[in-house]
Design a protein around this ligand. Sequence first.
Ligand code: ZN
Ligand code: ZN
Length: 186
Amino acid sequence: MSAACPVCRKADLNPVKLSYDLPAMGCMSCGGVLLSLILYSDWRERHPAELPATTRGEGAEPAAIEDTKNALLCPKCRGFMTKYRLRADASNVLDLCAHCDEVWFDRGEWSQVEDLALSGQLSRVFSERWQKDLRQAEVAQRAEQRYREQLGDDYDEMAKLRERLIGHPRAKEILAFLYTSQTVHR
Ligand SMILES: [Zn+2]
Ligand SMILES: [Zn+2]
């Protein structure tokens, strides 16, 4: 079976091996990789729970991450692939064909998920739960950014104080005491 790269269109995908001989189909032209989640589960079951990461070895240059913004067509069924965010602090997306259970990684994206994949959690990225947690993390980050802007130079010091108050047995009393700075007129 020969399928064309969903990004380059003309170049064919060829068998490649990811970490620990995980079989996938790669494009020599753009460096993208198509991975079957079914083959992945199968491969995961044949390996021990603990696998050290391979792509971020010492001294290894982190691969530049490319990201395809436009919708991709699944190389197998030609249907549209769905985009999934990976982390709240990373803008790139992974493309999944839910029909074929095939994931497309642009160049460099595999190394971003390798830890997850090696611990058997790759499929979680495509779950409702993962995507919901990610959106919540994003909302929290935006709120924090607003505080950072409002507090300006005081932000770092106040963030430290807030950190101290988390779980502090006298947190309420301390907050009440600080509040007197706004109510007591000297
Ligand atoms: Zn390609
Ligand atoms: Zn498909």
